[in-house]
Structures are given as C-alpha cells and as structure tokens.
Design a protein around this ligand. Structure first.
Ligand SMILES: [Zn+2]
Length: 116
C-alpha cells in the first residue's frame, strides 16, 4: 500500500520533489555544486555558502546514531535520535522497531517514512 505523506499545509514548490520521494520511501537531500556540500532540510539556497543553485541528491537511506534520548512516555519506549547521514548532514528521527535500551552511539539505522 502506498502511503500519502504529503502534508495538508506547508507544501511549497521547493519541497515538492522531497514529498514525492518520501511517498516512495526515499530521502532527498540538497547538494551544492559550488561548495560540494550536502544539506538537510530542503531549501532554495545552500545554507553553507549561500549559493542559489542547488540540486536534488537521493540519499542512501542509511545512517548511524549520533545521539539519542529514550522516550518512555509511549506505550512502547522509542528513541528520539540525531542520525548522521553518510552524505554529510545529520537529521532528527524517531527510532522504531528496535530495542532502544540496547541501542548505542554509532549503531546503523535504515530510513523508513512512517505515516502519521
Ligand atoms: Zn554551497
């Protein structure tokens, strides 16, 4: 079953490709040809050098735990984490389908978009 992750609001032309890819469970980042850096989240310009021309780059969908905090308020504990992407940037995420009490810094994770 295909999910529909498009948000009802905040759908801007500059993020449309991101949401289209997210609906196919793919993460898109922005790559800057001027400084060769990759950034997260989608913006119309490079946040690192200010260049106005950036390109979409499909991320590998893999990452590693940079830091995390266990959230025990849920019925089943989850973890709010900062995930380091091999493409360069880091992003926040929720770790699911994992024993968060056994989780360690540096553990590999795979991306999966969840429908809210
Ligand atoms: Zn740049």
């Amino acid at each position: 079953m295909k999910s529909n992750l498009l948000p009802p609001i905040n759908r801007y032309p500059e993020t449309e490709a991101f949401w289209d890819a997210a609906n196919d469970n793919r993460l898109m980042l922005r790559h800057c040809p001027a400084c060769q850096e990759t950034s997260w989240y989608p913006r119309t310009h490079c946040p690192l050098c200010g260049a106005e021309k950036t390109e979409w780059l499909q991320a590998s969908g893999r990452g590693s735990i940079y830091s995390f905090s266990i959230v025990r308020a849920a019925r089943r504990p989850t973890a709010a984490a900062v995930v380091a992407l091999p493409e360069g940037p880091s992003m926040t995420a929720v770790v699911v389908d994992s024993d968060v009490h056994a989780m360690r810094i540096g553990d590999p994770v795979d991306l999966r978009f969840l429908q809210a």
